[in-house]
Design a binder for this molecule. Structure first.
Ligand code: 3PG
Length: 212
């Protein structure tokens, strides 16, 4: 599955920062049951790699990936743990090279037109726009769709159920990412039914891009 196929699976990619490995599987099950099978585990906690391994092993319907991948070492570590795709907040030439070498489906992050162009020159056509809300939001994406119609985006950062439609309605947005479907306190309390409901609402969000 390439990154476009991963992004086509659901309108929302939950961005998960997991503090306790034991939370990983019930959290992933609740999100998948709610209709969000693509999960991004940020590599920001000590539990992240074990959480990724646990989901890859025990939640076969999830397509689990690693987020906050900043360099080649983290990319390798994530791939060995079973990550099926990767996400980064920005991208350096060294990271782009590592992504190309790994063959891993990947959503590299950009914040500017020049960053998007540099990655498009290397063949990346689907990019994460981060941090979306503070970097121009839907207006930026709309403005860039005319000069750069070939590039598509997964905006992330500051998106929630309320402002999601203003992103998903754009022709160059294939999906969005966000942490709102798995609030920290809800995860800590193990309120999985609540998370399933948040996921179900997010899964109903409509896309306007050429993807299903
Ligand atoms: C992140 O990397 O933290 C994501 O972009 C999630 O952002 P959010 O918490 O604003 O949804």
């Amino acid at each position: 599955m390439d990154i476009a196929a991963v992004a086509a699976l659901a309108p929302v990619i939950p961005v998960l920062t997991i503090e306790k490995t034991a939370d990983a599987v019930p959290l992933a099950r609740a999100l998948v049951k709610g209709g969000l099978p693509v999960l991004e585990i940020t590599l920001r906690t000590r539990a992240a790699i074990d959480a990724l391994k646990a989901i890859a092993a025990d939640v076969p319907d999830a397509v689990v990936g690693a987020g906050t991948v900043l360099n080649e070492a983290q990319l390798d570590q994530a791939q060995r743990a079973g990550a099926r795709f990767g996400v980064s907040p920005g991208c350096t030439p060294a990271l782009a090279l590592a992504i190309e070498k790994s063959g891993m489906p990947f959503l590299p992050g950009v914040q500017t037109v020049s960053e998007a162009l540099a990655l498009a020159e290397r063949g990346f056509r689907l990019l994460k726009f981060f941090p979306a809300d503070t970097s121009g939001g839907p207006a930026w994406l709309r403005a860039i769709s005319a000069p750069l119609p070939e590039i598509q985006f997964c905006p992330t950062g500051g998106i929630n159920q309320e402002n999601a439609p203003s992103y998903l309605g754009l022709p160059n947005v294939v999906c969005i990412g966000g942490s709102w479907v798995a609030p920290r306190a809800t995860v800590a309390a193990g309120r999985w039914a609540e998370i399933e409901k948040l996921a179900a609402a997010a899964a109903q969000l409509k896309r306007n891009s050429p993807h299903p």
